[in-house]
Design a protein around this ligand. Structure first.
Ligand SMILES: [Zn+2]
Length: 476
């Protein structure tokens, strides 16, 4: 059958995408009919999943509730405690047969109050946010002349100018993987040359005045200096002043503090399989977030999709042969502590894990799966989920690639992993900033993602033959 849904979706304004769902529902309703000379086919299980997802309101409501009633949920914070309680209650409510938490040791870091101001020669307030795990400035704050550099190469070339100054990294956006190095390593690279603080251009492609936080790390052998992100606009303005020879002076005040470690929790819910309950298909997202907003896309959406997809199958009497395990991981943002703790707690049963799925790319329109496993598994997943290509007819791909930070440890230990892939043009515009809020969630796109993930879970969990549990060689 032909599927005009994508072309229609492209022609719709973002807030009009619900119409795409109506198209999808209509198409699916016609699955059993003869269309344009094709032979008649009965709707298969994935057709049923897609039709059910098109009419589903549960996942959207779940994500809305998480954003409104829990909000910010930094690992180790009071918000994260609320999130764990919310997650447990939601898993029980959704019909999981067993729900439990597992402890994870995480950093206990607080932001406190913070501000920055350009004191002159033209004075203005800077929109900033401290980077995760940064030290604070002390109550007096830190004041210094700005040394703006484009990249590490320019810093090395001008190393003798850095002492006593605030180094600003203002690199061009070259994709997250490349540009994020200034956020992670900028402070120690600047401190190695005597800088007193580090500012970075937010790690984002586009900006409308919101700074973006994210984790940073200190090298062992250099002083720990405070590090913060500026908006793209403010970073560009300071850089431009420097190029004019204006020598801007900045004052930075941050109460940020690392209080050692604390205990946080992964939340886990099992939906027992009907025939092979000891074999597990894990579906996950990370429950922790940054503290600047409700983080609807990163990764409230992944948590809502993992639970919402499983709940959809239960609601429509599609409980599969194998067990579905929903995991809401903690402390992805501080560096993947929840994923490593899961590996340690479940080493003894890794060979019962048939597949691990993670959604941590936001809830934009789906475009397939990235499979971290050998080529026979990639081919098997592509084959089992082939009907889902209708969700994005000219872009759907199931291909080899990475899976997810949280499932990374068990995937490296031998469990096949799948990452949920979406259209990500807007993802980094919102990522780790106040702008990652629930109003950015498109209801139609979210429902298409429910179809994608519920379809994948059902296809793998209900097929006892194609994918077998893997013997795990041991891991990290
Ligand atoms: Zn994330």
């Amino acid at each position: 059958m032909t599927t005009p849904s994508l072309e229609l979706r492209r022609s719709l304004p973002r807030n009009g995408r619900l119409a795409a769902l109506i198209v999808l529902t209509t198409l699916l309703a016609g699955c059993g009919q003869r269309i344009e000379g094709e032979s008649a086919v009965s709707p298969g299980p994935l057709d049923r999943v897609m039709a059910a997802a098109a009419a589903d309101t549960y996942t959207y409501a779940l994500l809305s509730e998480l954003c409104d009633t829990v909000g910010e949920r930094l690992a180790g914070s009071e918000g994260m405690k609320r999130a764990v309680a919310w997650s447990r209650a939601a898993m029980i409510e959704a019909g999981c047969d067993s729900v439990w938490t597992e402890p994870v040791t995480v950093p206990h870091w607080t932001r406190g109050r913070e501000w920055a101001r350009c004191l002159g020669p033209v004075a203005f307030d800077l929109e900033m946010c401290g980077l995760g795990l940064s030290v604070g400035t002390g109550p007096e704050g830190i004041e210094g002349e700005v040394l703006a550099v484009r990249d590490f190469e320019e810093l090395e070339a001008r190393a003798d100018e850095a002492a006593g100054r605030i180094v600003l990294f203002d690199p061009p956006w070259e994709g997250y993987g490349k540009t994020v190095q200034y956020r992670v390593n900028g402070a120690s690279r600047a401190a190695a040359h005597g800088a007193v603080a580090c500012l970075i251009r937010s790690v984002t492609d586009h900006s409308l005045g919101a700074p973006h936080t994210g984790v940073m790390r200190y090298a062992e052998d250099v002083p720990r200096i405070p590090a913060a992100a500026l908006t793209v606009e403010d970073a560009a303005r300071l850089s431009s002043m420097c190029r004019r020879g204006m020598r801007p002076r900045v004052k930075l005040s941050m109460e940020a503090e690392l209080h050692g470690e604390t205990t946080c929790y992964n939340v886990i819910g099992d939906i027992r399989g009907t025939e092979l309950p000891e074999e597990i298909v894990l579906v996950s997202g990370h429950l922790d977030s940054w503290d600047l907003g409700p983080n609807a896309h990163d990764d409230g959406a992944g948590c809502a999709l993992a639970l919402g997809s499983a709940a959809l199958l239960l609601k429509h009497d599609m409980r599969p042969r194998r067990t579905i395990r929903i995991v809401h991981f903690t402390s992805e943002e501080f560096g993947g502590h929840g994923g490593r703790a899961y590996l340690e707690a479940h080493r003894h049963e890794l060979d019962h894990h048939v597949l691990a799925i993670e959604s941590d790319s936001g809830a934009f329109a789906p475009r397939g799966f990235s499979v971290q496993a050998d080529s026979t598994v990639v081919a098997a997943i592509a084959d089992l989920t082939a009907p889902l290509a209708r969700l994005a007819p000219d872009r759907w791909q199931v291909e080899p690639g990475g899976s997810g930070v949280d499932i990374g440890p068990i995937v490296r230990a031998g469990v096949p992993g799948v990452g949920h892939r979406v259209e990500h043009e807007l993802y980094f515009s919102y990522h780790h900033s106040r702008a990652d809020s629930f109003d950015k969630i498109d209801r139609g796109d979210l429902a298409l993602n429910v179809a994608a993930i519920a379809g994948l879970v059902l296809a793998v969990a209900d097929d006892p033959v194609t994918l077998r549990p893997h013997a795990a060689p041991g891991g990290e």
